[in-house]
Structure formats: C-alpha cells, structure tokens
Design a protein around this ligand. Structure first.
Ligand SMILES: O=C(O)[C@H](O)[C@@H](O)[C@H](O)[C@H](O)COP(=O)(O)O
Length: 232
C-alpha cells in the first residue's frame, strides 16, 4: 500500500500539524464510540509533538493513552518511555487522559508483558491512533533486526498483545505490542525527522527482508494506510 507523505519545513511545524491530525481523529472517535485510544512511541523524536498534542481541546478523560513499546525499566528512570510520556504528553489538558503503562514491577519481562497484555486487553482492537518511530537500523516499536522474537512479533497470526523482545541494539529487555496490535490503527503514523532517517526510509521502501529492516512490515503489509510525517 502506498504511504502518504506529509512533509513540513521544520520539526515545530510538523509537531503542530501532527497534533492537529491526531486531535481530530481522537475527537471523532469519542463522538462515534464514546472513547478513543492512542499508542505512542518513545525515543527523542516525539517530544515536540507530545507537547503540541497535550494542549489540544479534546475530551481527554475519554482518551486512553498507552505505549507502542517500553523498556523493562522502572517508570522513574530516564530510559522509561512511560516517564517520557508523563513528562511531555500527560500534562496541560492531556493530564486528564487515562494512561495504561506497559511496564509492571514484575520479576521478569515475561511476567510484565503478560500483565500488560491483560491490562490493555480492552484498549485498541483497533487503536484509533498509532504513532510509530523508526531507528537508524530500520526498527520500529521494538521490532529490532536480530530481535529474540522478531518473527513472532511480525507474524500476522500472532494475537494482539504485548510481548518481550531482546536485541543487541535494544538496550534493556523490551515490552512491545505485536504487529497485529498496531497495523490496523484507524490513523497509522510513522513520525521521523532528519535527512538520515529519510535515507533509512528510502532503503526500507526498496525490496528486502523484513528481518533486515522490520519497518518493512509496516511499509509493505499494514492493513491501514500509512501516513509518514517528515521534516528536515
Ligand atoms: O522505545 C523506543 O526507543 C521507541 O519506541 C523506538 O521504536 C523509537 O521510535 C525509535 O528508536 C526512534 O527513536 P528516536 O526518535 O530517538 O530516533
């Protein structure tokens, strides 16, 4: 499926443009179904978008925010995506949103993934909004090249839910929604910035194995149209 490219002059313009599109989608979901859900990625790219979205006039108490993926670290640590979201998105008007974490203080990442799957079972199916990022190695979510359970994570037959992933480039053990959980979002977005990420995208769009660049699974076989938001 051909992706729709949304190109902006700079990161600030992209943040506002993406926040507007997401706010519109979430408000439409609340109007149609009485609730809305959004799964966001961590990393360094989304901060300005989070802050732009946090001030939007949405019926936030009816919106559930969760994460596309998480590092298996406590939510007060600097590597925590939950901390990133609490500090940059769940502020201002968006402080009234519901939040469903993926990290749970379990003995193992597997136990935390099982808890996250149970706790998020009523959210999504499909998500109203999914915001994906992409690493320089072509990973998205925690679908890393060489990942311990990559084939299972990308398998369309794998049930929706949260699973563990370990990989050389991932740092801590990861908790990630499966491909099947993310790929049919009503608004499916890939948010990347900079020339280097644009080059990575071009390589990923060329024919090649998903195992080499897992973002290819989203680019080539997501059920929903993909909206790529990019600024220099
Ligand atoms: O937990 C994470 O790190 C993210 O979910 C991950 O998938 C991220 O989107 C990419 O690594 C891009 O990260 P940057 O925005 O920092 O380049």
């Amino acid at each position: 499926m051909t992706a729709a490219m949304h190109v902006f002059d700079n990161g600030a313009a992209l943040a506002e443009g993406l926040a507007e599109a997401v706010a519109s989608t979430l408000s439409a979901a609340v109007a149609a179904r009485g609730k809305a859900s959004i799964a966001v990625s961590g990393g360094s790219t989304p901060k300005a978008f989070f802050k732009a979205l946090s001030g939007k006039a949405i019926d936030w108490p009816k919106v559930t925010v969760t994460l596309v993926d998480e590092r298996f670290v406590a939510p007060d640590g600097d590597r925590s995506n939950e901390k990133l979201v609490r500090d940059n998105l769940l502020i201002d008007a968006a402080a009234a949103a519901q939040f469903e974490p993926l990290y749970y203080p379990a003995a193992t990442a597997e136990d935390a993934a099982a808890a996250a799957t149970k706790q998020t079972a009523g959210t999504g199916h499909p998500f109203d909004v999914v915001i994906l990022g992409m690493g320089g190695d072509g990973h998205t979510a925690s679908f890393f090249p060489g990942g311990s359970r990559l084939a299972e994570a990308l398998d369309p037959a794998t049930p929706r839910g949260v699973m563990t992933m370990e990989a050389e480039g991932a740092g801590e053990p990861r908790l990630t929604f499966t491909f099947s959980s993310l790929q049919d979002a009503r608004l499916l977005v890939l948010h990347i910035e900079g020339a280097a990420k644009k080059d990575v995208l071009a390589k990923a769009e060329a024919p090649g194995d998903e195992a080499e660049m897992p973002i290819r699974a989203i680019l080539h076989r997501a059920a929903s149209p993909l909206h790529i938001y990019w600024a220099p």
